[in-house]
Design a binder for this molecule. Structure first.
Ligand code: FES
Ligand code: FES
Length: 178
């Protein structure tokens, strides 16, 4: 259920707000309870359930999305702060050509087990690889430090990010040489 302490029954119409934003390059206009977070909007109003709800308090990174070019925890962004933003979720990013090597590497390196953290990990990895062409272990660990995984022990995830970086760099080189 969305936002735990507030239900549709105890909210008045005046508690709803209109917001407009871009989601995965599409315009969205929606009326939502002002107590909602971006995570509530994505999952419960827009059915973008690829963004996961773990802790709901900014600790686990399962809800990682890209907002105005930076990564944020969607559970910490209030609905009132969403208007005018450019938001990308796993649904949009996973359709991008330059995300495919990351997703493939997570599968190839068995960097995903139960998969609950995986959308957030992919989003954080995508952002990381947009900043660093060839990240060091330290940069990867720092870049993913806001994302928790209870299954993999992280080594496979670091391997996957490095493999994706190699693949992306190879693809860019091929494109340059063509
Ligand atoms: S659900 Fe947002 S950080 Fe855990
Ligand atoms: S694969 Fe299960 S939490 Fe990361």
């Amino acid at each position: 259920m969305p936002n735990r302490n507030f239900t549709a029954e105890n909210l008045q119409l005046k508690d709803n707000i209109d917001i407009c934003f871009k989601l995965n390059s599409r315009d969205v206009k929606i009326k939502v309870p002002c107590t909602y977070t971006l995570l509530d909007i994505l999952r419960y109003e827009l059915k973008h359930t690829g963004t996961k709800e773990g802790c709901g308090m900014g600790e686990c990174g399962a809800c990682t999305v890209i907002m105005d070019g930076g990564i944020v925890n969607a559970c910490l962004v209030l609905a009132t702060a969403v208007s005018g933003r450019d938001i990308w979720t796993i649904e949009g990013v996973s359709a991008k050509e330059d995300a495919k090597p990351i997703i493939d590497a997570f599968v190839a390196k068995t960097a995903t087990q139960c998969g609950f953290c995986t959308p957030g990990m992919i989003m954080a990895s995508y952002y990381l690889l947009s900043k660093y062409k060839d990240p060091t272990d330290e940069q990867i660990l720092e870049g993913l430090s806001g994302n928790l995984c209870r299954c993999t022990g992280y080594a496979k995830i670091v391997e996957a990010v490095k493999a994706a970086a190699r693949e992306l760099n190879g693809a860019k080189k091929e494109a340059r040489d063509a």
